[in-house]
Design a protein around this ligand. Structure first.
Ligand code: G3I
Length: 370
């Protein structure tokens, strides 16, 4: 098959869906742009429902109501529940829930599940970190006690406010360094070490005995030292009886595709610990496949493979796509992905006009085949 042009490949693929050998630069085994994939009218949530998997999106832009609840049965507020975003005049302890409530009530009234994102995240005010915390802790004579009290109070407020509406919480977000193998040196970590993570889970369980508690992280490599250090902590939590229910894997594919074998290995490790997983923020930048003859089809193939691994793991309870359409995606306004690549990131299932992309059909196909 080496050297076969794309067009002859496409016409062959209409009858033979899987190409056995192909030039490495093509990197797709299906042509999810073929009409046959579009003929089936099953929605994403129906297709995934057979495997017991929720399909979520982010209800932060105006197109949300056009595809929910027809395609999705779960949602995560992209920003509205972040600690710093909820505070009135940035004052710890003073909350304004207007936006978060509006989104949550809309989602719940559509009969969809609402995931809570996020209770404790140590990174920057833009990430929803309550900046006033650092000043308070600096002046404190008893920083350990004070930071615990502030964290516990926040968790209590959140869980009681959203009780009965939010079913799953990302209790702690991104505890690791972004690119390093260690835990990130957030104020929480500097004062309490990894106990801040364990305490946050215990406080959440005390506040609500029903919600599912997740530890959420982004991985670029599922088998490196960073991933193993993360798993060691999770193992410790399980052994110590910390009430963790599952691991949230953000799975933003920004730079390179992750190895599916490593991803499967990681899922196996989580399964062995008796925990569940969700893909909490899935998106796949199209420029990752710039060497492909058809980046759009390679992107679709990547969505297919990831969803397939999730289904086959047997422990996946949900996959949330981090946005609805390509016109509204976080890469377009975030360095280093904005600037030159603005408009080209195109990481989602729907295009800028809300049309279904090959990525949509590839993603859905993984569930239809189950
Ligand atoms: O609304 C303004 C807009 O008016 C302005 O033109 C634009 C240019 O800077 O900024 C817009 O605000 C941005 C906001 O998202 C819009 O939704 C903020 O600058 C930006 O900091 C904020 O980024 C959010 C980011 O978390 C930081 O909290 C993204 O929306 C959100 O998608 C992203 O989500 C995170 C998850 O919580 C955790 N995992 C990684 C993921 C992606 O970064």
């Amino acid at each position: 098959m080496k050297g076969l042009g794309l067009f002859s490949y496409n016409s062959l693929a209409s009858t033979i869906k899987t190409v056995i050998s192909k030039p490495e630069s093509v990197r797709y085994n299906h042509d999810f742009s073929l009409p046959e994939y579009g003929e089936n009218m099953t929605s994403l949530k129906e297709a995934a429902g057979k495997s017991g998997i929720y399909i979520g999106t982010v209800p932060d832009d105006s197109n949300f109501s056009k595809v929910l609840p027809s395609e999705f049965n779960s949602a995560t507020a992209g920003n509205a529940m972040k600690w710093g975003k909820l505070l009135v005049d940035k004052k710890i302890g003073e909350y304004d829930f207007t936006t978060a409530d509006r989104i949550t009530d809309y989602v719940v009234n559509q009969g969809c599940r609402m995931r809570g994102h996020v209770l404790v995240w140590g990174r920057t005010p833009n990430g929803g970190y309550p900046a006033e915390l650092d000043g308070i802790i600096k002046k404190s004579a008893t920083p350990k006690e004070d930071i615990r009290t502030i964290m516990k109070d926040h968790i209590n407020v959140m869980l009681s406010h959203f009780k009965g509406r939010v079913t799953n919480w990302d209790v702690v977000n991104e505890p690791m360094q972004v690119f390093g193998p260690k835990f990130a040196n957030y104020t929480f970590y500097n004062i309490l070490g990894t106990d801040y993570i364990k305490d946050a889970f215990s406080y959440a369980r005390e506040a609500d005995s029903d919600v599912k508690l997740y530890l959420n992280e982004q991985f670029f490599d599922y088998k490196d030292k960073r991933a193993r250090n993360f798993l060691t902590l999770v193992k410790e939590m399980v052994t110590e009886g910390i009430p963790i229910y599952g691991i949230g894997l953000q799975h933003h594919i920004m730079y390179n595709e992750q190895s599916i074998e490593d991803f499967d290995w990681f899922l196996g490790q989580v399964a062995e610990m008796g925990l569940k997983v969700e893909l909490t923020e899935l998106d796949i930048r199209k420029p990752v496949f710039k060497k492909s003859r058809n980046p759009e089809l390679s992107q679709a193939e990547a969505y297919y493979k990831i969803a397939k691994s999730c289904v086959q793991s047997g422990i996946c309870e949900g996959i949330t796509i981090w946005g609805i359409d390509d016109a509204h995606n976080w890469y377009d306004f975030t360095p280093p992905f904005n600037g030159k690549t603005k408009g080209e990131n195109a990481p989602l299932l729907f295009d800028r006009n809300l049309n279904k992309k090959p990525a949509y059909y590839g993603f859905r196909q993984a569930f239809l085949e189950n």
